[in-house]
Write a new protein. Sequence first.
Lengths: 634, 374
Amino acid sequence: MIKDSSGIRKTDVINRRMFVIGAAKLIVFSGIVARLFSLQINDNKKYLTLSDKNRIREWKLPPTRGEIVDYFGNIIAGNLKVYQLHIIPEQVENFNYLLSRLKTLLELTDKKIAKILKSKNQKKPWESIIVAENLSWVQFLKINNYMHDLVGVKPVMTISRNYPFSEIYTHVLGYVSQPNENDILENETIQERFVTGMKVGKLGLEKRLENYLIGTNDIQRYEVNAYGKRINQLEHQRGQHGSKIRLTVDTEIQKLSAKLLANKAGSISVMDIYTGDVLAMYSSPSYDPNLFLFGISNDDWQLIRNNSLKPLINKTLSGLYSPGSTIKPIVALSALENKVINENFKVRCTGKTELYGQTFHCWKEKGHGLVNLKDAMKQSCDTYFYEIARILGVDKLKITAEKFGLGKKVLGKYFENEKQGLFPDTIWKKNNLGKGWVLGETLITGIGQGYIQTTPLQLCLMTAQIANGGYKISPKIIVNNKPLNFLEAKKNMELRSSIDPNLKLIKDKKNLEIVQKAMFSSTNEIRGTSYRSRIDDPKYQFAGKTGTAQVKRISKRERELDLKIEQIPYNDRDHALYVAYGPYVNPRYAISIIVEHGGSGSKAAAPMAKELFKLIIDRDGLREKQSNFEEIDI
Amino acid sequence: MFQHNRLNNELTFFQKVKNLDFILLFCLILLSIVSVLVMYSTDGGQVLYHTKSHFIKLLTFFSLMIVISFFNIRLWHITSYFIYFIIILLLIWVSTYGIKVSGSQRWINLYFIVLQPSELMKIGIILCLAKYYHRLKIDNINSFTSILVALSIILVPIILVLSQPDLGTSVLIALSGLIILWLAGVKMKYFFISFITFLISLPFIISFLKPYQKLRILTFLDPDRDPLGAGYQIIQSKIAIGSGGLSGKGFLKGTQSYLEFLPEKHTDFIFTLFSEEFGFIGSICLLLIYSIIIIRIIRIGVISRSDFAKLFCFGFAFAIFVYIVVNLCMVLGLLPIVGSPLPILSYGGSSMLATMIGFGIVLSAKINHKQIIA
């Protein structure tokens, strides 16, 4: 057959070479099997994990925020089910038609429509777009009626913050809203739990207590495809609700405060003199925090911002006022404590005092005549206090005032916007104004004018510490103790001060009693400045001190004119102040009232105290009946 | 012997049927069933376009294979050069009138099928060279002219396919051609010399590659360098295969393919889906079927009397082997990604057509294994 010269057949060559190839094939196939083995058997776990990572994706949902309740458990910041309207673009047949239908149904603005279109272009077709964050019931019904016509629209129920008492608690609670970049950057907890649609505290306790209130996210696990589209839900893991927080405040008292200060600028604070519980803290005017939940409209915002009574300022904590005559109990106490006067020290008031080439006027032009401490306090004689301030000196006065809480933050732990106020002394003036102290300044400090600046809550704390027998208390707004009755609370306070002597603010209890009696007479005796606001029933009887703080220096001409309050421009009118505590026997609560530009303390502020004390003392019993509260360490 | 020289030999229809290789046929049918099932899975457990189209193609080409097998092997010997030239003409046609898809011009639209002539060339080159060496005297095999002619036969289609551009197919054509040279007895030292020359000139060749081809090689060397871009396919493919484990995730339960993480799961990456759903055991079984097919083809070559049939069978067996190896190595991350389908399993008309024609000729060689070709 066909052989070459050496006699080898071509067929043999082909067959032989075939077997060389065959061996090679075997080796290569074994290599592939080895590779399969290593991938599928050895590294199976690794690739299974990777495959799960591929297909399972977690979606975090907004956590449910903890509720805030008042002392009696009434919800003051709660959660409300709201109906939102979402569009899922991929399900929509005709987007423009749908938008025009929604526009008429929900009365959407053109701006909103543009916003929806914009977010539609940014999102993937299966990601929902929020059209309305909070549908009213009427709107919800409308949408449901037209559902057949609105393909691709989905009503969704979610939970939103709600402030049932609207403006009553705004300055205490603050409000929540969409976080901005800073909110997220500043708080690691928010950073970790942030999801779109989540609201965070922007102000007040909502912000301060964010980490307690926030709660943990619900987590939904979905199987997704390579493009991130959810195929089916695998699991829904419920998150933990945020902590419930109980405040010391009493909604009824807070409401009354709001009512009393309606249409006025000012502040009312109420404090338990033994425990330091803040029962009420209202700054007027306020605004509705619910407006901020879904983004405030520009019109509403301008209305709040441009209100001349300044609703955005928390006057209780950040409003700085001259205390006026409400400082007099401290001046008297300081003088007594420093033994520069005694109870019987007398001064003759002629209506004005000439000193250091200046004239210092008493509010009563004709003068009070010869007055002792009690009468001077009762009738708020300025001349008397000029005199004892002069003898005492501002530096000693400051020591006492600071002990009683002036010039220091009261609730600084909870409110970052609280102001410290100022109680001046000679060193302060030298360091800050670069000038030496003038003796005349001591005199006006003695009647609560001049450099001195206090917040309404400081005055309330001051009064509380005068009322409780001169013990230092730490004011608080979050409940962290069980309710104590009068005796328990008092004992508790005294016990603590026996352990820590720094908590005792005075040397001689008698001095305080003198001041207390003087304050009592100011309210309950004839010719007392707040005599007309007294309550005779001992159950409600209270002791207080009026104050009228000048906002501008009164010129000689004005003094002669003796204008009626209505004749003075609003911004030049005096601030009206009143501090008080009650009941006089076995006191329990202290209050401070400030009415901006209200005129005189006795006319504008003290009458409010009368109504307040009636309510506060009626509710005293209810307060004690509260059961034990959850412990919370904030 | 002369009676066998007639085209219409004396074998009756029943003798022909009796002479068919039933083991090979059984394996092919088994593979076809598997391929339809896998296609059904790529369609997400529904009979959709790919399943239907694949099934129809299988049916058509399977019939074609049987028809081809009933012709005498001499017919294929006679028409070999002609077929080669026809495919060359088709390749030239493609280079001017072909359909361009994502940058490469490989297809002719014949309306009932979109034909990829380069796939047909994989068979054409084997046919052509088998005839060439069948007719060459053994003394001339290592002569300079004959090697030059053989190399030209390989180079012409390769240049045409490379210009499409289609590196993967041209490499497969080259391998199919060279194996015939090897089988025919071209001296081993030539292979060694050219292999070493190839290695030396490799950097030079790489510098001529298109950017996307270079990227593929870089990606192969380190898939993690761009996990969402160039490395995505190979990473997802390895995840799918690896997560299959011993027995797989189960039919229609391959999450990687179902959730569309697998690219090109119908075509080049079909094994990935199969391996994810049927696991190591399934993959070994599949390899076993392929091995049996290859062994059967070799056996037919061994019993064939003519060198042409032998060369074709061995060459085709090697080609099938190379397709499988290249495809599997690619999806297993052992080779860079070159477009290379898995025989019969992958979706794609031309590749299946070429493969089935090949099997048809192999079966024809089996039926006529006693045929001697002058």
